[in-house]
Design a protein around this ligand. Structure first.
Ligand code: CA
Ligand code: CA
Length: 67
């Protein structure tokens, strides 16, 4: 189970420019550290996590996603 602190830390790690939103390219760069994850998987993961479909993952969306 992810704690609030853990979620925030992971969010900040993925949000490399620190604007408070995760873009598709930020998520992709992050997931590319994991060799098993393909571009298609990254895109799918992003679409799944971006609940309101505005092409950015907010912290709220991220929390729901990792819960
Ligand atoms: Ca960002
Ligand atoms: Ca969104």
């Amino acid at each position: 189970m992810a704690t609030e602190e853990h979620a925030r830390r992971q969010f900040n790690e993925i949000d490399t420019d620190g604007d408070g939103f995760i873009t598709a390219s930020e998520l992709k760069s992050y997931l590319q550290k994991i060799p098993a994850v393909s571009d298609a998987n990254a895109a799918q993961t992003f679409a799944f996590a971006d609940a309101d479909n505005d092409q950015e993952i907010s912290y709220e969306e991220f929390k729901d996603f990792i819960r």
